[in-house]
Design a binder for this molecule. Structure first.
Ligand code: MG
Length: 437
């Protein structure tokens, strides 16, 4: 630690940053940066709330210096752990921690085939951990390295739901009283599956007993009625959001969004599935409701056209799904040029390290739109000390060098990954045809 403190002192001295002109020097010589090497890259899997979280820890040759990054892909957590421990570790050991962009580009193609969510999450863990290390070396929070603050805190939306429109409105009011200015409203779960009657496919023994059923028309009408009621009860000042979760046919979602126009949604989230993305042009022409897209995106070919053709208003990528802070900053800058704001995906299946990464970008980019709120309970905070916190509807970071969130590995080990059980993705129509979740 002594040596580290000495190095920190050197880094903070203005003289230490004066380049030596006319000479070819290594980074270490020019800027007095310690030549820090990666000594280990490992995955830490934990589930304090029963939700599988994967974090990558990058250890270095500098005693006590390490970085953390989010690599959480809940549905395939074990696969990400393998990708990190069996492949990324070997790829990274012995390399410098300094050149994040080069590390991202070379690791990205190191499997030759790329763009998949498993490898992108592993890469995100590495990428975010290297940003964490860079912040610690510079003795600055990561948002400072990204350009500094554009706002004092991160404004957020929270989720109000209920089985009836009255329950949804009551819950929305409670959140407004807590200071939230933006509330996402959902009648029941995604697609309002509680509104469907016992489907014919179950009577005939088709599918799995735990499969969910969605009646698209019950969902559409229920959502229109919910918006009308919540606007009446909660007034016009609050911003209302809603997530279609890609579950409707394109023409059905056009009908729904046209009906919602008079209730002025802040945005409608993921109106169609990525597979139907060529319907975006038609959707855009038919409604004035702002559109947020991108939770399921994995690679640039899925978002570039939609952004440069101005078919969306908010880009809401799940940052670890595209490989971390490095690609997310490129998406954010592209958005600025095309008047598209950010609304990064921030559910419970993002680790506190990942939520902090979202927030660092949110603070630093001009075209920030909104962030999904999160509240960490004591169990999660015991594993991830100094996780971001909420106040009056705003998310705040704990001001520390790097991403600011730590991990207690002993606490993390108390919560092993649970047995795989994901039926929420399994959704069917009345006749049993599966619906994209
Ligand atoms: Mg969503």
């Amino acid at each position: 630690m002594k040596r580290r403190n000495l190095l920190k002192g050197a880094l903070l001295s203005p003289l230490a940053f004066t380049p030596i002109s006319g000479q070819t020097k290594s980074i270490r010589e020019q800027y007095n940066l310690p030549d820090v090497k990666i000594t280990k890259v490992k995955a830490i899997a934990t589930a304090p709330n029963g939700i599988e979280l994967v974090v990558v820890k990058v250890e270095t040759s500098e005693p006590g210096l390490y970085g953390l990054g989010c690599a959480t892909f809940r549905q395939r957590a074990h696969s990400v752990v393998t990708a990190v421990d069996k492949y990324l570790d070997d790829f990274c050991v012995g390399k410098s921690v300094h050149n994040i962009e080069d590390m991202w580009q070379t690791a990205y193609v190191s499997s030759y085939w790329r763009n998949g969510p498993v490898l992108n999450n592993a890469l995100s863990g590495l990428d975010q951990a290297l940003w964490d290390i860079k912040g610690k070396l510079a003795n600055m929070p990561v948002y400072q390295l990204l350009g500094g603050k554009c706002r004092f805190a991160v404004d957020t939306y929270t989720h109000a739901s209920g089985k009836t429109k009255e329950e949804v409105a009551e819950n929305a009011k409670k959140f407004m009283e807590q200071g939230f200015r933006h509330v996402r409203i959902q009648l029941g779960g995604y697609g309002s599956t509680h509104l469907s009657e016992t489907p014919d496919y179950k009577k005939h023994g088709f599918g799995h007993p735990a499969d969910n059923t969605m009646d698209p028309y019950a969902y559409i009408q229920g959502t229109i009625d919910m918006f009308e009621h919540v606007r009446t009860v909660c007034g016009n000042k609050v911003e209302l959001l809603h997530d279609v979760h890609e579950r409707l046919q394109p023409m059905d979602v056009i009908y729904l969004m046209k009906q919602l126009e008079s209730y002025r949604p802040f945005f409608i989230e993921d109106p169609i599935s990525p597979e139907n993305r060529h319907w975006m042009e038609t959707l855009r022409q038919k409604t004035s409701v702002p559109i947020a897209m991108g939770e399921l995106f994995n690679n640039q070919n899925e978002w570039i056209d939609q952004m440069i053709q101005r078919q969306i208003d908010f880009i809401r990528i799940h940052i670890s799904q595209i490989g971390g802070i490095t690609p997310a900053m490129k998406v954010a800058r592209l958005g600025e040029l095309f008047n598209i704001r950010t609304a990064w995906h921030g559910p419970g299946d993002v680790s506190p390290v990942g939520h902090a990464a979202n927030a660092h970008i949110d603070l630093a980019v001009w075209n920030f739109g909104i962030q999904e709120a999160v509240r960490f309970n004591d169990k999660l905070r015991s594993v991830f000390p100094d996780a971001p916190y909420m106040d009056n509807g705003y998310m705040h970071l704990v001001e520390k060098p790097g991403l600011g969130v730590d991990i207690d590995e002993k606490e993390a080990a108390k919560y092993p990954l649970p047995k795989f059980n994901y039926n929420w993705t399994q959704l069917r129509k009345n006749d049993g045809t599966s619906i994209k979740p």
